[in-house]
Design a protein. Structure first.
Length: 490
């Protein structure tokens, strides 16, 4: 239980580092959708989707490799130094090449060159803080990690508010004044990316002492081992990018050009409501990955993994039900402009999909522990193939627009979850309580979908509230012993 309590404490702190920035981002959703039409919001979404793929390439699996070898090698400084030097020089190479060919890149992606320039520098600064942030997690310093993450998003938030909401008013109030010289009309996209750039630069500056430590050295043999371990993570990351973000790009390409960007804008805004599950999933992932590696040598590790996964499913199932039941309340707080509400039908599907991805994270520990990360790449590739094929069938053939993309996402993550479970049973048996896990999962999804998609029940909230109460009691009844132990320990 002590291991579980330590995990809970770290996950809570990492959760704060995740939840607060996301809450700040939620505030920005309201700001962006209030001040921007769906077309402009859609353009920003598409640009950010492209950047995700470059983020994955620039990390090339080194973050996960760092955790594995940090806990595996006796000389931890060697791991820190080698990975830092590697990321530094590959980032410098990217920066030089990307700046040299930024015009060609802008033409290829059909994006304004100025925005491409912003994106290049953002990607570079973000890459340079990968290892410093990973080092904080490996050393189990979640508070410092949280402060730096929150500071980054706070800078981004404040700059967005100033540049998008305050600066225009200052400029219009005094057209010949000081602030008017900085204001550019109809530059919302530029201001969003400028804010992002300043936040990334701010974080990099805070981590600069990491790069000025003496006696940096590079172990070529260790580096090759880390690359060998990490390159499947690169392909898995690209596949994840396809599963998570390619739908926005595909919608912009496959829908009617006259309405595509507006549809992407509505889809992206309502997608954000599903991010409550992403908060939970991300906080869990940040805490669980270092913990799993640190427990790998214990004889009771499989039982620990099974127990943690069960309680992740229990808590996630309750979160899923609560968010779906009150989705119409959340949309008023988060996305106030009603023109975006047309895509609300995707919300339960996106929440369920992200829950499946979180479960997959727990189930995928086995191939990382046996150093077979290539299996993760294969599973993610299968998910990517499902994403691409289902998007094409549902968007192009059945003309289901963003609803098709949401269905494709849930199919991809659900398939990955199932495949990982069955492969893991053979390679690294973990005694999951599957009967309980499936019962909690099926009950929460069924109740959530009934409360949302049955219009009469959705409008009154009565069924949804009763469903939450009943499901909570069912959890308490089945997990009473553990819950009481946790309460007594407090």
């Amino acid at each position: 239980m002590s291991s579980n309590r330590r995990l809970f404490k770290q996950t809570l702190i990492y959760g704060i580092a995740t939840v607060l920035p996301r809450v700040m981002s939620f505030l920005l959703v309201g700001l962006h959708t209030d001040l921007m039409p769906k077309v402009v919001y859609g353009e920003i979404t598409i640009l950010l989707a492209y950047m995700i793929f470059f983020n994955v390439i620039l990390s090339y699996g080194m973050e996960t490799a760092f955790f594995r070898f940090y806990h595996k090698q006796e000389n931890k400084k060697e791991v820190i130094s080698t990975s830092t030097v590697s990321i530094f020089w590959t980032t410098i190479l990217f920066l030089c090449v990307a700046l040299l060919f930024q015009k060609s890149l802008a033409g290829l992606l059909n994006i304004d060159k100025e925005y491409i320039n912003y994106a290049i520098w953002i990607l570079a600064f973000d890459a340079l803080v990968i290892i410093p942030f990973s080092k904080l997690r490996a050393e189990q310093r979640p508070i410092r990690y949280s402060v730096l993450k929150i500071s980054n998003v706070l800078v981004y938030l404040l700059l967005n508010v100033f540049l998008l909401a305050i600066l225009p008013n200052l400029a219009h109030a005094n057209p010949q004044g000081f602030w008017s010289s900085f204001y550019v009309a109809d530059y919302q996209i530029g201001y969003v990316f400028l804010s992002n750039l300043m936040a990334s630069l701010f974080t990099f500056v805070l981590f600069m002492p990491h790069y000025f430590q003496p006696n940096w050295f590079f172990n070529t043999d260790l580096w090759k081992k880390m690359l060998h371990y990490g390159w499947p993570i690169l392909f898995a990351g690209l596949a994840f990018g396809i599963n998570e973000h390619l739908d926005k790009i595909l919608l912009s390409e496959w829908l009617d050009p006259a309405t595509a960007k507006a549809a992407v804008g509505a889809y992206s805004a309502c997608y954000k409501i599903g991010l409550f599950m992403v908060l939970f999933r991300t906080a869990y992932t940040l805490g669980i990955e270092p913990f799993f590696f640190s427990q790998a040598g214990n004889t009771n590790a499989p039982q620990t993994y099974a127990t943690i996964t069960k309680y992740f499913v229990i808590l996630g199932s309750l979160i899923l039900l609560v968010v779906v039941v009150f989705a119409d309340v959340v949309k008023i707080l988060l996305v106030r402009d009603q023109q975006y509400w047309e895509a609300m039908s995707i919300v339960p599907l996106i929440i369920i999909a992200n829950f499946f991805l979180g479960i997959y994270t727990s189930l995928s520990v086995w191939y990382k522990l046996i150093d077979k990360t290539i299996i993760g790449a294969y599973i993610s590739a299968i998910g990517a193939i499902i994403t691409l094929s289902m998007n094409y069938i549902l968007i192009v053939k059945f003309e289901m627009s963003y609803l098709g993309s949401a269905i494709a996402t849930i199919c991809a993550y659900g398939s990955m979850m199932v495949i990982s479970y069955y492969l893991g049973k053979e390679k690294y048996p973990i005694p999951f309580e599957m009967k309980k896990i499936l019962t909690y999962l099926f009950a929460s999804i069924t109740l959530a979908c009934i409360s949302f998609y049955v219009t009469e029940l959705r409008e009154t909230f009565v069924f949804g509230i009763l469903a939450i109460i009943g499901f909570s009691y069912y959890i308490y009844k089945n997990e009473k012993e553990v819950i009481l132990k946790l309460i007594k320990r407090k």
